[in-house]
Design a protein around this ligand. Structure first.
Ligand code: SF4
Length: 347
């Protein structure tokens, strides 16, 4: 059975080469072709001998995602990509550009999502499968090669719950950080979670400099259990204890995402309650107005209500900002990702 090299570390490529009697430095050459040049065929690895390239063709494979569609937002530097996986399934990946030069790729970690958050497009169809580390990393590599942009940041916030696909997500973060790969700093990567407490604790033990972003969306257990069903398993007290431990272990400030839905979680008393909940934790709150999703009945609050909510949280002593809408026009905003070809948006 040929070994798939996209998703392998340098050490694993070295091990794969050992039976071929090749010196270790060949592995570094191959890793750079895979992760820096994104070649799709061994015969493109022009600094390897013809004989080695032929032997690699027999012993290994190079999985590459294929771009099925691309959509550029008219009003900001956001581009959404529909990407085909080798088994015929599809995922979405988003490139966000910022005026200060940052270029951030929002990657998917699963096809669909099994967490069932009631306001989210991705969760509507359930979980189909986990992505491999190679499939996660190749999203960044593909966006870079399609746009010629230097990717400075990666956020694991696309389709899926990253910590429900823990091993592949962590492996992808390490590969993206590797000097033989895109070499993106751990501090420039953010992993989002809906609140899987055991995995947050496991992540804390890795002692990496990743930013943790927790999707909170409610200041009390009753409402949060309605919006985010996983809260029934790990309620707020347990979740917040785990995030405090993550901050202590890593020295990194935790971010809380709060999607604001009109008449659901945007009242003044809920803003004050949120501030009480997070006060003293050093955390930061991103207030995100809910983005319309076809088939869901929530409403987006008026702009002034969004800013008022953030101001009340700040008045309670907790840092809070409103996250600007990006890519709403092309259904690339938070909570809007779904396999859009099925929905006919890009096809
Ligand atoms: S909000 Fe995140 S965790 Fe919840 S269903 Fe959507 S993708 Fe899954």
């Amino acid at each position: 059975m040929p070994i798939e090299l996209v998703g392998c570390t340098l050490e694993e490529i070295e091990s794969a080469l050992a039976p071929l009697g090749e010196p270790r430095y060949r592995a570094l050459q191959i890793a750079r072709w895979i992760y820096q040049r994104r070649v799709a065929h061994f015969n493109e690895m022009t600094d390897l001998s013809q004989q080695l390239r032929e032997r690699l063709e027999e012993a290994a494979t190079l999985m590459r995602l294929r771009m099925a569609a691309r959509s550029d937002a008219p009003n900001d530097l956001t581009t959404k990509f529909l990407l085909d996986l080798p088994d015929g399934l599809a995922i979405e990946t988003v490139l966000m550009g910022f005026d200060d030069g940052r270029r951030s790729v929002c990657v998917s970690t699963q096809v669909g999502c099994g967490m069932g958050c009631t306001f989210c497009a991705t969760g509507m169809a359930g979980l189909v499968r986990n992505l491999t580390a190679g499939e996660i990393v190749d999203q960044v590599l593909l966006v870079r090669s399609e746009t010629d942009e230097r990717i400075t940041h990666v956020v694991f916030m696309g389709m899926g719950e990253p910590l429900a696909n823990y091993d592949a997500t962590l492996r992808a973060a390490r590969l993206l950080n590797a000097p033989y790969g895109p070499n993106i700093g751990m501090r420039h990567m953010t992993i989002s979670t809906v609140g899987l407490v055991p995995q947050i604790r496991r992540l804390a033990e890795e002692r990496l400099q990743l930013t943790l972003a927790v999707s909170l969306h409610a200041p009390d257990d009753e409402l949060r259990s309605q919006l985010v069903p996983v809260n029934r398993r790990w309620p707020l007290a347990e979740l917040l204890a785990a995030t405090r431990d993550y901050a202590d272990a890593t020295g990194r400030r935790v971010t809380f995402e709060y999607v604001l839905m009109h008449g659901v979680n945007d009242r003044d008393d809920q803003a004050r309650q949120l501030a009480v909940l997070l006060s003293g934790s050093g955390a930061h709150v991103n207030v995100i107005p809910w983005n319309p999703v076809h088939g869901l009945q929530y409403a987006r609050p008026p702009v002034h209500a969004v800013h008022r909510f953030a101001a009340l949280v700040r008045r309670g002593g907790v840092s809070a900002t409103v996250r600007l809408d990006r890519g709403v026009d092309i259904q690339a905003a938070c909570g809007q990702l779904q396999r859009i070809r099925a929905a006919g948006v890009l096809a």
